[in-house]
Design a protein around this ligand. Structure first.
Ligand code: KG4
Ligand code: ZN
Length: 360
């Protein structure tokens, strides 16, 4: 039986500072602790994440998060066998803070350092939570990412398609903003949509008529803006019902696009073991139900990790680090922090920079 391995994971690529401890005892993996310190309050006044404020907060909080994660795991620093850290993609100041902290710890403790791709962390999470075997399809939908990945191995990702502009979470947040609903927009739009009529506004389903799995959400958001302005011009304002109907119509359009593109992504792959989702938007009930149906129709299990492991966290980084560690991968002190780091180099990124920074 291989010796037990205890890994400390660090995540600081956007606006969450996170640390987690994972222990592998001969193939039996236990998540000993997973802590996340969000920064929503620090950025609230600016309507988006301010990279400099985020980087400073990460630098200030990382030590404390490490201390707390270790204490909660009931271990000491000396029990750690390796340090896994997000080395990109993300806001460079935050990624640098994490990488420098990890290098210091690895050097001080004399243990290996493993740089992890943040997206690989999300993509490999269903293996931690559900023990799913390769290959499976992953739909990553968050405030910063939106892509279909065929996950064929711990370092074998094929990007089948993704958004060419906004990520769905970004669209949710912008729609909330233009309807005067609180941030983060996803939960407030979902709540408002509960009492809305999804058929009242005929919003576009962008790129649905185009082959493949690429998506676009910025036109959908603009269509909501236009519908709002038309109502305001005609009535002088928005009623609660107008807001609810706009939210429901927007959510239905997004659902239709994601469900149909998921169906196409699955249809192109014959040998999958499951269909998995990750990212904050995967919390949306309407979306989850639709995607679960798509998986069912393809005869595949639907894998949706618990929300705390769907959104940004360090357990996924520790897990991806463990998968790399098992394969013998180690990084040196020259490990670089990367603002961009596509998982699939053969598939050039179509995506620009958004609210949450560079998207791979
Ligand atoms: O994965 P995440 O926590 O952070 C990154 O973007 O990396 O995702 C946050 C995004 C936000 O845009 C938020 O509005 C969206 O996920 N979100 C939701 C829901 N809960 C969070 N979107 C739709 N429905 C929800 N229930
Ligand atoms: Zn993320």
């Amino acid at each position: 039986m291989p010796a037990p391995v205890t890994i400390l994971g660090l995540e600081s690529s956007c606006d969450d500072t996170a640390a987690a401890v994972l222990r592998d005892t001969g193939g039996k993996v236990a998540l000993l602790s997973s802590l996340v310190s969000g920064q929503t309050d620090l950025h609230a006044a600016y309507g988006g994440v301010v990279p400099e404020i985020a980087a400073r907060a990460h630098a200030e909080r990382l030590d404390l998060m490490v201390e707390q994660a270790i204490a909660q795991a009931g271990i000491g620093l000396r029990d750690i066998d390796a340090i896994a850290v997000t080395a990109g993609p993300g806001l460079i100041g935050g990624v640098l803070s994490g990488v420098m902290c990890a290098k210091g710890l690895a050097l001080g403790l004399g243990v290996p350092l493993i740089g992890v791709n943040h997206l690989a962390g999300h993509a490999l999470t269903p293996r931690l939570t559900d023990g799913v075997a390769f290959p499976y399809l992953m739909l990553l939908v968050s405030g910063g990412h939106c892509q279909f990945l065929r996950v064929g191995g711990e370092d074998a990702f094929t990007r089948l398609g993704g958004t060419i502009d906004d990520a769905p979470g970004e669209a949710f947040d912008k729609v909330a903003k233009l309807l005067g609903l609180p941030q983060p927009g996803g939960p407030s739009v979902e709540r408002a949509a509960l009492s809305g009529d999804p058929a009242r506004f005929a919003l576009p389903r962008p790129l649905l008529d185009r082959d493949g799995c690429d998506m676009s959400f910025s036109g959908l958001k603009t269509a909501v803006l236009r519908a709002r302005d038309t109502l305001v011009a005609a009535q002088g304002g928005l009623s609660e019902q107008d807001r609810a109907d706009l939210c429901a119509s927007f959510q239905a359009a997004l659902r239709d696009v994601l469900a149909e593109k998921s169906r196409r992504a699955l249809a192109g792959q014959g040998d999958l073991t499951g269909f998995a989702v990750a990212g904050g938007v995967a919390a949306n009930r309407t979306l989850r139900t639709a995607l679960e149906k798509v998986a069912g129709a393809a005869g595949l299990p639907f894998l949706a990790p618990p929300l705390a492991l769907c959104t940004d966290n360090a357990a996924m980084i520790a897990w991806a680090g463990l998968e790399a560690f098992r394969k013998g991968r180690r990084d040196g002190m020259d490990l670089a922090a990367r603002p961009r780091w596509p998982l699939d180099n053969r598939s050039p990124s179509l995506i620009g920079s958004g609210r949450k920074g560079a998207k791979a």
